[in-house]
Design a protein around this ligand. Structure first.
Ligand code: B12
Ligand code: SF4
Length: 674
């Protein structure tokens, strides 16, 4: 029998009163994103607007939605649905390909159904959180929760960093299918939440990460359905990328879902827009003058855009987290995000197009150090936090030193982590200053261990400088994380090996690392001038209408399978010496859980392997506990064969380097063909 579900237990219930909320303006952060801390974008906007007398309410549906998923009633419904569906499929003589895919997922998910609220309790308890085996079991519990969800909502996939279709990217057809068929796991939760709003006048949804696309559009549809007069708007880096990269037709279709889009930073946009919306009758002409605002134009397929504006950080205000229940996040302590700088002072690496940098209007800016330290102090006092993540592209060395000095002068006792660039000015003495001021973890974009590739990337650093600066930080007691990637266009097999060899040689002073694979980022120098990097063609799939996942072909220079396997083996050997994990778990870079473990157990906590949890009940365990008519191995083999066959065609560009066929539509047709 699948695990029992406890309906009465209540750690997953919110204390928030169900009373109707009167505020007319809301800023909502939709799922799916990191649930271990509150993301900084909306509290930053609330702080700024509040200082100017404009009141907005921030709601984090990412964390509140997770509590809904963990509720006993939700799991009970899912378990019933899975049981009924399995019975129905077992009643068939034969399963088609799609049913086989679903059947295997259901069979493996059913035995995992249980009350997962114990996992939540572990993550929030200051004792069990630091007991590694217990922590890992709870972490696996959350992964299993998603596995169950993926079976219920097949063919969609979910995690704290993903919400997508099995194979096809989000396009309008897939989004409409998701919205009209009410396929979101949060359908009931959204309705409960929205029922509490008393005729909202304005709702701004933050679309920061790709993993929020489906829920953002789903929510906007629901809000429009429930409150037709409400002005619904999107903002954040991901929708900015979509609006800037898509062709004009796609951009204009976005206004079938929302009234407006905020490009780049939202402070000035909302400061000017909200009073206009509050006025009895809107003077529509005034919209067109609002900075960074994008609206539907009067001609079919056209859009109107307000003047582009780069926010002056001298005007920034203290982020306001007061609407959020900070103890509901998945962590035993409070950590706040704060963004003291925006943009990158280097901003010329070949592969990078960070945040709004590609717009050319996201110059490097800093909140004056005195103000930043005052903000940290106020936030610490107001929200009871001593841990901070300085959430920014990068801090300049001069800024980091001045900030550290000021923290010490003000006697501020905090611990923090952030991203820095490798620079010669980080001497042993300066690194000690940073440590004294509370810096405990730093992430570096190392990228490569080959000097030639670093030059090709225009990184402005070399392997010798990397070694020296990393050592200075490490020896000062600051944990160092290396972010590297392989297969930059033009990188040879030997050069890729140099990166792994550098990590290997320096591993006694590298506290965490990641060796990822090169991805083409829209707006990066490589994307804009592929020929300079030996790229034969850049193309998209037909379904990638938002232009978020450019693909490329290198002619015949690509690595062979054997070369690829050789690098993977080397990464594996290196990784075995560490405890590395994906977002947001302890062992991933720049996350809340990793910082907490570093503070608790020291710099080298991830530079050794961790005990394995014992509750891995996947696959075989699952099949043993439910009545199965069809072989799961056969289902798996059929799916593998189809996926391989399908993608080998669907990802190939057309004859002129045009788009590849992969899309929701194309996938459906291929399924029917089998
Ligand atoms: C710090 C950072 C992180 C941190 C913290 C992330 C977190 N979850 O808290 C770490 C290192 C952990 C991280 C991880 C990842 N990140 Co990151 N990260 C950043 C970074 C460098 C800064 C973010 C920040 O603090 N900005 C400062 C705040 C104040 O600005 P903001 O959030 O953009 O909000 C402003 C505007 O967007 C706007 N706005 C926002 N919402 C709204 C709403 C309305 C209605 C309006 C009008 C305006 C508006 O106004 C705000 C104030 O000006 C950005 C790059 C960048 N410069 O944006 C990338 C960025 C956000 N990350 C990105 C990505 C991809 C990731 C990862 C998915 C990477 C990976 N491969 O796993 C993970 C996901 C983690 C997760 N699941 O949550 C992308 C997101 C876009 C995308 N294509 O998905 C970005 C934009 C970088 C990029 N590639 O362009 N990241
Ligand atoms: S990779 Fe880092 S240093 Fe290079 S441009 Fe991007 S943010 Fe700046």
């Amino acid at each position: 029998m699948p695990g029992k579900i406890n309906r009465t237990h209540s750690p997953v219930q919110s204390d928030r009163s169900p009373a109707r909320e009167k505020n007319g303006s809301y800023l909502i952060f939709p799922p799916f994103a990191d649930p271990t801390w509150a993301y900084v974008g909306l509290p930053t906007l609330k702080g700024y607007l509040g200082q100017r007398g404009i009141n907005v309410c921030v709601r984090d549906y990412n964390i509140e939605g997770l509590y809904f998923l963990l509720a006993g009633k939700t799991m009970e419904d899912w378990q019933q649905k899975l049981t009924e569906r399995l019975q129905a499929l077992n009643g068939r003589k034969k399963l088609n390909l799609y049913e086989q895919m679903e059947y295997r997922r259901i069979a493996e998910a059913l035995p995992l159904c249980r009350d997962f609220s114990d996992c939540l309790a572990v993550m929030r308890d200051p004792h069990t959180f630091y007991h590694k085996k217990t922590y890992l079991q709870a972490r696996d519990g959350f992964e299993e929760l998603f596995q169950v969800m993926e079976a219920v909502y097949f063919p969609f996939r979910f995690s704290f960093n993903r919400a997508d279709h099995l194979l096809a990217p989000w396009d309008f057809k897939l989004l409409d299918h998701y919205i009209k068929k009410r396929l979101s796991p949060f359908e009931h939760f959204y309705r409960q939440q929205l029922a509490k709003l008393d005729q909202p006048r304005f709702v701004g949804l933050s679309l920061t990460f790709v993993s929020q696309i489906s829920e953002t559009f789903y929510l906007s549809g629901l809000i429009k359905e429930l409150f037709p007069a409400c002005f619904v708007m999107l903002g954040g880096p991901c929708i900015d990328q979509i609006a800037q990269n898509s062709d004009p037709q796609t951009a204009s279709r976005l206004f079938g879902y929302v009234d407006a889009i905020g490009l780049q930073e939202g402070e000035k946009t909302l400061e000017q827009l909200l009073p206009v919306l509050a006025a009895e009758s809107h003077d529509l002409k005034r919209f067109a003058a609002i900075p960074n605002l994008m609206l539907k134009g009067s001609l079919p397929g056209s859009v109107v855009q307000g003047p582009a504006l780069t926010f002056d950080l001298a005007d920034a205000a203290t982020p306001d987290y007061s609407d959020l229940e900070l103890d509901r996040y998945l962590a035993p302590d409070r950590l706040l995000l704060y963004s003291p700088t925006r943009g990158c002072y280097w901003n010329k690496c070949s592969f990078c197009s960070y945040g709004f940098n590609q717009s050319g209007r996201h110059a490097y800016r800093e909140i004056p150090v005195e103000r930043a330290v005052a903000d940290l102090k106020v936030m610490g006092q107001q929200f009871g936090a001593t841990n901070f993540y300085l959430s920014a592209d990068v801090l300049s060395p001069a800024y980091a030193f001045a900030l550290a000095q000021r923290i010490l002068d003000e006697g501020l006792d905090i611990r923090w982590s952030t991203d820095l660039r490798i620079e010669a000015s980080y001497t042993p003495e300066r690194c000690r200053l940073l440590y004294q001021a509370g810096l405990r973890a730093v992430a570096f974009g190392i990228e490569s261990g080959s000097d030639r590739v670093l030059r090709l990337m225009n990184k402005g650093i070399d392997a010798e400088l990397i070694r020296r600066v990393n050592r200075n930080f490490h020896q000062a007691g600051i944990s160092t994380s290396w972010m590297t990637f392989l297969r930059h266009p033009g990188e040879s097999q030997h050069e890729a090996g140099e990166t792994l060899a550098l990590i290997d040689r320096q591993s006694s002073m590298v506290d965490q690392f990641i060796a990822g694979e090169f991805n083409l980022t829209p707006g990066s120098l490589i994307s804009c001038h592929p020929e300079q990097y030996g790229i034969a063609a850049v193309y998209h799939t037909a379904g990638d209408v938002f232009r978020l996942f450019p693909l490329f072909s290198m002619g015949d220079e690509s690595a062979s399978m054997a070369e690829h396997d050789d690098l993977e083996k080397k990464i594996d050997i290196l990784s075995r010496r560490y405890h590395l994990d994906h977002y947001p778990w302890a062992g991933s870079i720049s996350t809340h859980h990793s910082l907490l473990y570093l503070l608790h157990e020291g710099q080298r906590v991830f530079a050794k392997s961790w005990p394995c949890p014992t509750n891995k009940s996947r696959h075989k365990g699952g099949a043993a506990q439910v009545h199965l008519k069809f072989s799961l191995d056969d289902c798996w083999r059929q799916e593998q064969a189809f996926t391989h066959r399908y993608l080998s065609v669907a990802l190939q560009p057309g004859n002129n380097g045009d788009q590849a066929p992969l899309s929701f539509d194309n996938f459906q047709k291929a399924l029917r063909r089998g």
